[in-house]
Design a protein. Structure first.
Length: 517
């Protein structure tokens, strides 16, 4: 077999997982190459809050993760993730020495814990990279449009990679895997570039850290019930790693599970992404977790939510204020009615009033592409003028504009307002602290659809990040890191995929480097 180039370890993908993998392999003396399909670094990692989920106790973390995965993830994989979370704070501090980045935690703030009040939730806290002297995310990564913390964490990883002199090739798509005929071992990868194909040998192995399939309509149509599901970002994440692993007989898991909520369509036909609806605290690191009880032990920690959601019949159908809006909030929308052969909640309608409109921005655009960027206005008025949000002087008039029955919508809003007056949602038990009435004209509304932030499905891996085939055996020389076949199989936790990227990258990089001997 002939090759154009040779490295010890080849890493496909340059987000948090790919960067960490390359750092760990290079620290062990391996000669490493990073391939990035896009023309810019960071993947969807750079758009995140950069909040690294950490844990005080591995046993408690394992207990929590076991409950949240609902029997869908191998216990050894969960144990490795839990153990890694106890090492995250020290690891991030070690990485941050490269550029003097400030590292903070909320460990002693009294507002720690996980999203869901399941056994072990109290062990978790967040680790964040703070300011870096002289660093401007807008100047260094002008294409990244997301939360402020992601670029800071990525900068720390990027600087470590540069210090180790690890090369990164952009517009270099890992296309297919090369194997040794006798042993089945992965020995290299075929890479597509604008200049043509290149065959690169990987003496220790190939690590697939190229994310999920948010950008693949084919994958979404085959594996997800509700249609359509719009993407918040990452049009280049088309499941390349899944296809390559499948070509060698990889087993798949968690393909149904995606991390997402719901959102608007842009008014700009050239903008390729949906715009997520987000609660204000979802945009603020260390804002707290609503599944926890308050200091009295009686109420839920919550904040005002400006809207309700109505189905095509004009009726509420869910608790709009779920423990983590960007995890399970899309699930109630996928109901299919076999009688009408339709999805009665796709799209559904978001409705709020003037007081809600003034509360905070209703949308949060996210992207990491050259030349693609949009910004949501602080007061939502640009979106009103653009027609994303419809405006009317009465609920009935707004219902007509949204294609809904005015009487049904008026009755639903009146019922909601009565619940607000009583501080009790008798239909779906939305937390009282989140409830505000919809009474003050003008009124605003828009159709919203399920939106995927990132996928969790992909090839099965073991605790050593080796990709497993359909017979339960590891495929020699092939590893996964990050969201490609994520460990999260049922419920997600904020910062969980970020933490997973660092943990699995460390494991995969270490093992791939060892395999070069």
């Amino acid at each position: 077999m002939t090759f154009d180039e040779e490295y010890d370890v080849v890493v496909a993908g340059f987000g948090f997982a790919g960067a960490t993998t390359a750092i760990e392999a290079a620290r062990r003396g391996a000669r490493v190459l990073v391939l990035e399909k896009s023309s810019v670094p960071g993947g969807i990692s750079i758009c995140s809050y950069g909040s690294v989920r950490s844990a005080r106790d591995a046993s408690a973390a394992c207990n929590y993760l076991t409950h949240t995965n609902g029997g869908r993830t191998d216990p050894g994989v969960i144990a490795a993730l839990a153990q890694g979370m106890t090492e995250q704070e020290d690891y991030v501090r070690d990485l941050a020495r490269i550029n003097g980045a400030e590292v903070t935690t909320n460990k002693d703030s009294g507002r720690t814990g996980a999203i869901y009040p399941l056994p072990g939730y109290e062990t978790f806290y967040q680790t964040l990279v703070g300011p870096i002297e002289g660093f401007s995310a807008r100047e260094s990564y002008p294409w990244a449009n997301g939360a402020p913390g992601g670029p800071l964490l990525f900068k720390v990883l990027h600087d470590n990679l540069d210090a180790l002199k690890v090369p990164v090739r952009y517009e270099a798509r890992a296309w297919s895997l090369l194997t040794d005929g006798a042993s089945r071992a992965v020995v290299g990868v075929v890479v597509q570039t604008p200049q043509g194909e290149t065959r690169i040998r990987a003496r220790g192995g190939v690590v697939l850290a190229c994310g999920g399939f948010e950008g693949s309509d084919e994958f979404k149509q085959q594996f997800w019930e509700g249609q359509p599901v719009l993407s918040a970002a990452a049009r280049s994440n088309t499941g390349d790693g899944i296809v390559m692993a499948q070509s060698l007989g990889a087993k798949l898991w968690h393909m149904w599970h995606f991390h997402g909520g719901y959102g608007f369509r842009s008014d700009d036909p050239s903008y390729p992404y949906a715009i997520r609806v987000k609660r204000l605290p979802d945009w603020i690191p260390n804002a707290g977790f609503i599944a926890r009880k308050d200091e009295s032990g009686k109420g839920e920690v919550s904040v005002k939510m400006a809207w309700v959601l109505l189905d095509k019949g004009g009726n509420r159908f869910m608790n709009e204020y779920q423990p983590y809006l960007q995890d399970t909030a899309h699930r109630a929308m996928h109901l299919f009615d076999p009688v009408t052969q339709d999805y009665p909640r796709l799209p559904c309608a978001l409705i709020c009033d003037e007081d809600g409109r003034k509360l905070y921005p209703l949308g949060k655009p996210t992207s990491n592409d050259e030349g693609i960027r949009t910004v949501w206005s602080d007061d939502n008025m640009r979106e009103v003028e653009a027609g994303i949000l419809k405006r009317a002087d009465s609920i009935g008039e707004l219902a007509v504009m949204l294609g809904l029955d005015p009487g049904k919508v008026e009755a639903s809003v009146e019922r909601w307002n009565a619940f607000c007056d009583a501080s009790k949602d008798a239909d779906f038990e939305r937390p009282p602290g989140s409830m505000i009435p919809i009474r003050t004209p003008p009124f605003y509304g828009a159709p919203v659809w399920p939106v995927v932030s990132n996928t969790q499905g992909g090839p099965v891996h073991d605790a050593e990040q080796r990709i497993i085939d359909v017979y339960g055996e590891p495929i020699p020389g092939l590893y996964a890191a990050g969201e490609l076949g994520s460990s999260f199989g049922h419920l997600y936790m904020s910062g969980g995929n970020i933490s997973e990227c660092l943990i699995t990258g460390r494991i995969a990089g270490r093992n791939a480097a060892a395999g070069r001997a």
